[in-house]
Design a protein around this ligand. Structure first.
Ligand SMILES: [Zn+2]
Length: 82
C-alpha cells in the first residue's frame, strides 16, 4: 500500500465523522467536489483538495427517503399583483 493510501485509511473514520468536510490528507476544508455519477450500483463524487492536491471519491448509498409535501417543493414565486 502506498504511503498516501495508508494515510487515507487512517483518517477515513475521522473524515466520515466530520461529514466529509475536511481533506483526508491535510485536514483542509478547501475541497472541490465534482457532480455525482452513477458507477457500478453506487453514486460517486470525485473530491480534490486544493491545498495538497490529494484526490479521492466519495461513495453515496441510498439509505432512505424523506417524503416532502407539494408546497415544500413549490419554488415558483407567488405573483403579488394577482
Ligand atoms: Zn489536502
Amino acid at each position: 500500500m502506498n504511503p498516501q493510501k495508508r494515510a487515507f485509511q487512517g483518517s477515513k473514520v475521522r473524515y466520515l465523522a466530520g461529514s466529509g468536510l475536511n481533506c483526508l490528507g491535510c485536514d483542509s476544508t478547501l475541497l472541490l467536489r465534482s457532480s455525482m455519477e452513477f458507477v457500478h450500483d453506487e453514486w460517486r463524487q470525485r473530491v480534490t483538495c486544493t491545498a495538497c492536491s490529494a484526490t479521492w471519491h466519495n461513495i453515496f448509498i441510498l439509505s432512505g427517503i424523506k417524503i416532502t409535501h407539494k408546497e415544500e417543493t413549490q419554488h415558483v414565486p407567488h405573483n403579488i399583483s394577482d
